[in-house]
Design a protein around this ligand. Structure first.
Ligand SMILES: Cc1cc2nc3c(=O)[nH]c(=O)nc-3n(C[C@H](O)[C@H](O)[C@H](O)COP(=O)(O)OP(=O)(O)OC[C@H]3O[C@@H](n4cnc5c(N)ncnc54)[C@H](O)[C@@H]3O)c2cc1C
Length: 486
């Protein structure tokens, strides 16, 4: 470990994107310090079941490593669940390895760059991770594809298809820690300072009225506050903590930083088939159906406990108003029957192309934790996002029926909002009155502070899972940064 005094860049957050920034800068010979509250975990958990992870002390808990101190509270409005994980790899540690690209139309309509400009960065990440389309399908995925074919949905080939149809899901073979942290560490130019939590960016005025960051204050594992010099800072703390840090440091443009949260408004629908379809262990999801403008639908493997939890979310059961028999929570004997039928249950996830709204996002609460004002996160979908969700839920119900599910067994979770994919709280765009960062990822009002995580997404990228696009953008931002540093 180099033990830098003033590295070329300080990266806040060693998650899915921070590790890419570190990889790209160290590969070009620059010294990088990552501040990361978590530690490096055993990577064999990558792609594992979430309940399995719950047994690993404190892994899914947003707080100091170990369970002897309280976790870090977050205030949620209109959101049931907002997972955050202190770990080298961030949320990728508990994530699935699904790696679709954004839908081209979502980038063409809403992003300040062309989709074609993103493609070389996609290719770079796909090569490093590496991302591959699996050759063999599990029974649940085959059943899903057969149903799509019987509904005359087209087979989409290639990563950039932008029309309705099904495709086999591209998967990453390695986690972010394996692909990027290990390679970056091998250069001798990376220090990951674990169990450190950035609490404030120190900045000063420049002659032209901008702000220049000169350092970052972090809380170390022993509770002390440490001031770290920084010539360049890259924020990759995720879509909740990055705006929190910017707002707490009074660095972002008022009324812009923290605004615009998107989350894909996920939902689940399941139906019982005549025969078992689950293998003992199978990848989480190997197929997806794209409905550009609405989002995507994909079969998912939920173990029995996750399935029971997912079936008990939502509001109390509501009357059916779609191709499902009932929706909302299941309890008692109904839930017991559902769990007994789990081996024969096909479960579909839905990821909605939800709209960014200024009223949704992160602001600072009056409540304090040990790091300062707690983030208050709000999400209230607009009517358009709700309409898209309803439309997709109907398509998902039709796919279940076409797969042979008993019509009386179809259940929609009508899940309350979960921030599995938090995005768009520091949106990228040219106008500083509307967007937090410019096309290089630089904060509009600062000379040397950048953002390179999912918070820069101007929209919800069409409903595609975010890591690949976020990492592609992180690589692009790091390459621009390297040119400035040279
Ligand atoms: C169960 C689950 C499954 C998922 N599966 C997929 C999938 O298959 N495919 C996909 O594309 N996406 C998936 N996602 C979403 C994906 O994991 C996230 O979108 C992605 O990890 C976000 O990357 P990030 O770098 O913005 O944030 P993160 O990966 O969360 O990294 C943020 C890092 O910053 C650190 N940090 C936070 N605050 C501070 C601070 N103040 N100082 C220093 N460090 C800080 C955190 O400890 C963390 O390591 C999944 C998410 C969940 C919850």
């Amino acid at each position: 470990m180099p033990g830098f005094r003033t590295p070329d860049a300080v990266v806040v957050g060693g998650g899915a994107t921070g590790l890419v920034v570190a990889h790209e800068l160290t590969a070009r010979g620059f010294g990088v310090l990552i501040l990361e509250p978590g530690i490096r975990h055993d990577q064999s958990i990558f792609g594992a079941d979430v309940p399995e992870l719950l047994h690993q002390d404190g892994l899914l808990r947003w707080g100091p490593i170990g369970l002897d101190q309280p976790s870090w509270p977050r205030e949620l409005e209109g959101i049931a669940f907002a997972p955050q994980v202190p770990a080298v790899g961030g949320l990728d540690v508990v994530g699935w390895n699904v790696r679709p690209r954004a839908t081209p139309r979502s980038v063409e309509h809403g992003w300040p760059l062309r989709y074609s400009e993103l493609v070389p960065w996609y290719e770079r990440i796909e090569e490093l991770t590496p991302v591959r389309v699996p050759e063999r399908l599990a029974p649940k995925d085959q059943r899903f594809i057969d149903a799509c074919v019987s509904l005359r949905l087209a087979h989409l080939e290639g990563a950039d298809a932008d029309r309705v149809g099904w495709k086999i899901q591209p998967l990453a073979a390695l986690s972010a820690a394996e692909s990027f942290a290990d390679r970056a560490s091998a250069t001798g130019m990376l220090e990951i300072r674990n169990q450190t939590f950035a609490v404030e960016l120190l900045h000063e005025a420049t002659a032209d009225g901008l702000r220049r960051v000169r350092g970052v204050v972090y809380r170390a594992a022993d509770g002390s506050l440490v001031e770290q010099d920084a010539d360049t800072i890259v924020l990759c703390a995720g879509a909740i903590e990055t705006p929190r840090l910017v707002l707490a440091s009074a660095l972002g443009a008022p009324g812009v930083a923290g605004r615009g949260l998107t989350c894909h408004l996920p939902d689940l629908i399941s139906g019982i088939l005549p025969e078992p379809i689950h293998l003992d262990a199978e990848p989480a999801s190997l197929a997806r159906c794209e409905f550009p403008g609405y989002g995507s639908i994909f079969p998912i493997r939920l173990d029995p406990l996750s399935f029971a939890i997912a079936s008990s979310l939502g509001d109390p059961a509501t009357t059916a108003s779609g191709p499902w028999n009932w929706s909302g929570w299941s309890t008692g004997s109904t839930l017991k029957r559902r769990i007994e039928a789990w081996p024969r249950t096909l479960t579909l996830g839905m990821s909605i192309d939800d709209r960014s709204r200024a009223g949704n996002g992160v602001r600072l609460s009056e409540t304090q934790d040990e790091h300062g004002a707690v983030p208050r996160v709000r999400y209230d979908p607009d009517d358009d996002s709700i309409r898209r969700r309803e439309w997709l839920a109907r398509r998902a119900g039709e796919i279940l029926l076409a797969a042979g599910a008993d019509p009386g067994s179809i259940h929609r979770a009508d899940a309350p909002t979960a921030l599995l994919h938090a995005m768009s709280t520091m949106r990228m765009g040219a106008d500083p009155d509307l967007f937090a960062v410019d096309l290089d990822g630089r904060l509009h009002r600062a000379t040397n502070a950048f953002v390179a995580d999912t918070s820069i997404f101007p929209n919800a990228i069409g409903g595609a899972d975010p890591i690949l696009t976020a990492q592609a953008m992180a690589a692009r931002i790091a390459a621009g940064l390297a040119r400035r540093l040279s």
